[in-house]
Design a protein around this ligand. Structure first.
Ligand code: UDP
Ligand code: MG
Length: 323
C-alpha cells in the first residue's frame, strides 16, 4: 500500500480512495457486498481502503468482517462500543478515512458500487463533492416516498442551506470536505444537512436505487420522524423564530376583537352568553402555547446534548487503522 504521508490530516498515511461503510447486523450480506465492491475498486485503483464500522451489531457482523480482513488487509474495521445509529457510525468512519477521495456507502448494495468509477471521473475533473442522485424512488414504499417528499419541501422552505432532493449519503467527497466535516463540532449528526452546509464545488451523477439486496431496513416510522426533527432543528432556527410573528398576529387580532367587544358592550350592554367564543379562544391560545413550548423544548433538548460535550461515539477496537 502506498505510504504517502499527508500534510492535511496530521501526517497519517493516506490512500487514494476510502470507502466508508456503516454496518448494523448485516451478517447475511457481507460476502455479497465485498464480492461486488472489491472488483469495482480494484479496477479504479489498488490504492484503496474499505473502512467498515460495526455499529454495535448483535450478530456475527464483526466476525465476518475479521475473516474478510484476513483475506484483504485493505478492509479495515472500527468496532463501536454500542449501536450509535447510522449517522454517527458514518462520522466515525469519516474520522478515520485517510483517502484523498472518500465515498460513504450502505452495506446493503442499495448504493451501486459501480457508480464510484463515474464519481472518481468527476472528482478528477476538479469537483470536490459528487453526489449520487436517485433518478427515481421506485424501490421505496409509497408512504416513504410521500413523507420524504414532504420532508424535503418543509426543510428546504425554512432551512438556511437547502439539501438536494433524492440524494442520500452516497456520494464522493474530497479530503478537504472530509476535514471540514470533522471540524463541525455538533453532536446531532444529520449528515445530509452537514454535507450541504460545508458547500464546496459540487456535481452529481444519476442512478436508479435498487431494493435492499438482503435483510431489511432498520428504519421505522418513529425513527424517521426523529430523524426529520433532527434534520430541521439541526439546519434552522426558523421554528423558534416564527412564534414572534404568530404572537404578533394573535395579539393584533386579540386587540381588534377586544376593541370590538368593548364597543359592543357600550352600545348593546353586557352580553352574558358567550361561552362558545370564550372556549374557542382559550382552547386555541392554550393549544398554540403548548405547541410553541414544545418546539422550544426540542431545541433546548438539543442544546443540552451539545453542552454535555460527550464524545460522539466510543470505539471498542480498531483493526488496521491508526488515530
Ligand atoms: N446502519 C447502521 N446503524 C444503524 C442502522 C443502520 O450502521 O443503527 C447501516 C446499515 O447497516 C446500512 C446503512 O446504515 O449499511 C443503511 O441502513 P438501512 O439499509 O437499514 O437504511 P435504508 O436504506 O432503509 O435507509
Ligand atoms: Mg438500505
Amino acid at each position: 500500500m502506498a505510504a504517502r504521508r499527508n500534510r492535511r490530516n496530521g501526517g497519517k498515511k493516506s490512500v487514494l480512495l476510502s470507502t466508508v461503510v456503516p454496518m448494523y447486523n448485516e451478517e447475511g450480506g457481507i460476502d455479497l457486498f465485498f464480492e461486488r465492491l472489491e472488483p469495482v475498486l480494484d479496477k479504479i485503483t489498488k490504492d484503496y481502503e474499505i473502512i467498515c464500522i460495526d455499529d454495535g451489531s448483535t450478530d456475527a457482523t464483526l466476525d465476518e468482517l475479521l475473516e474478510h480482513r484476513e483475506r484483504n488487509p485493505r478492509i479495515k474495521i472500527i468496532n463501536l462500543s454500542r449501536n450509535f445509529g447510522k449517522d454517527v457510525a458514518l462520522s466515525a468512519g469519516l474520522d478515520y478515512a485517510t483517502g484523498q477521495a472518500v465515498v460513504p456507502l450502505d452495506a446493503d448494495l442499495q448504493d451501486p458500487p459501480e457508480l464510484i468509477a463515474e464519481m472518481m471521473d468527476k472528482w478528477r475533473e476538479g469537483y470536490e463533492v459528487v453526489y449520487a442522485r436517485r433518478s427515481d424512488r421506485k424501490s421505496d414504499s409509497v408512504s416513504k416516498r410521500v413523507t420524504a417528499g414532504w420532508f424535503y419541501r418543509v426543510h428546504n422552505a425554512i432551512a438556511d442551506v437547502s439539501i438536494p432532493d433524492n440524494v442520500g449519503d452516497f456520494r464522493l467527497i474530497d479530503q478537504r470536505v472530509n476535514i471540514a466535516l470533522q471540524n463541525l463540532p455538533e453532536r446531532t449528526r444529520f449528515m445530509k444537512g452537514l454535507f450541504a452546509w460545508v458547500g464546496f464545488k459540487q456535481a452529481s451523477v444519476e442512478y436508479v436505487r435498487e431494493s435492499r439486496a438482503y435483510g431489511e431496513t432498520k428504519w421505522h416510522f418513529w425513527k424517521l420522524w426523529q430523524f426529520a426533527l433532527d434534520g430541521i432543528t439541526g439546519s434552522t432556527t426558523f421554528p423558534l423564530r416564527v412564534w414572534t410573528y404568530i404572537g404578533i398576529l394573535v395579539s393584533l387580532t386579540a386587540f381588534f376583537v377586544s376593541t370590538l367587544l368593548i364597543v359592543r358592550v357600550f352600545i348593546y350592554g353586557v352580553d352574558v352568553p358567550g361561552y362558545a367564543s370564550l372556549m374557542v379562544a382559550v382552547l386555541f391560545l392554550g393549544g398554540i402555547n403548548i405547541l410553541a413550548t414544545g418546539i422550544i423544548g426540542e431545541y433546548i433538548g438539543r442544546i443540552f446534548t451539545e453542552v454535555r460535550h460527550r464524545p460522539l461515539y466510543l470505539v471498542r477496537d480498531t483493526y488496521g487503522l491508526e488515530k
